[in-house]
Design a protein around this ligand. Sequence first.
Ligand SMILES: [Zn+2]
Length: 256
Amino acid sequence: MGLVETEAIVLRTYNLSEADKIVVCLTHCCGIIRGVANGARRLKSRFGAALEPFTVVTLDYFEKDGRELVSIKQAEIQRSYFSLTQTAEMVGWMAYLSELIMDFAPPHEPNKNLFRLVSGTLEAVAQNQHRATAIKRYFEVWLLKLSGFMPETRACTSCRKHFDATEKSYTNAENKLQCSACSNAVGVVLSACTRTLLRAVLTRSPQEFAHQWPDFEEEARTEAVSLTGRLIESALERSPRVSEDFLAHTGVHTLT
Ligand SMILES: [Zn+2]
């Protein structure tokens, strides 16, 4: 409680009144926070451009017992990724990312690994915008992993036998992987190359994965997207608000 200083990533802002804004941030120390920035809508605001979405800031805020909204005192820019939102594709990409973060991260719950993942993802996409799709896939897999929703991909969930390098696996109703004997070859197929792709996410940096992305077979990319889509829906018990379908319907096409 009291005054808090932390590194934070601005995810979204809403107009509160003629002069003020509500700001949603992912903070290093306390997870998601929502705060009021008094005067942030004024032309000569002391916040300047610091509260634009996807700005990494040093944030000072005041917290009061029992209040959901904190009071934002100061925000100093460390690094801004707002300039990435120059194209419709990237606006959609960023909206999807922020929506997933807000969906998966409970308020006021510190998660330093998630903070590192989001910072790393933004830096990776800033350096490799043409690989934004690969980096989105990387982010989804890690978000699921950090939230405890990513199934084990090395071994069958039933008999614990490790899959060999070419063996097909099958996902059961809970999206866990089974070998062909345990599943009777029933379930959505997850091929060996898809498991390799998923393992690559978990063992490489986002930049390394983005560079490797074109080398994966189409089958692996499609199966991985389908699996992460099912896992996200199952974790949220609904589709993400900013879904791939939504992006398609608004004319924002998936980057390749
Ligand atoms: Zn088995």
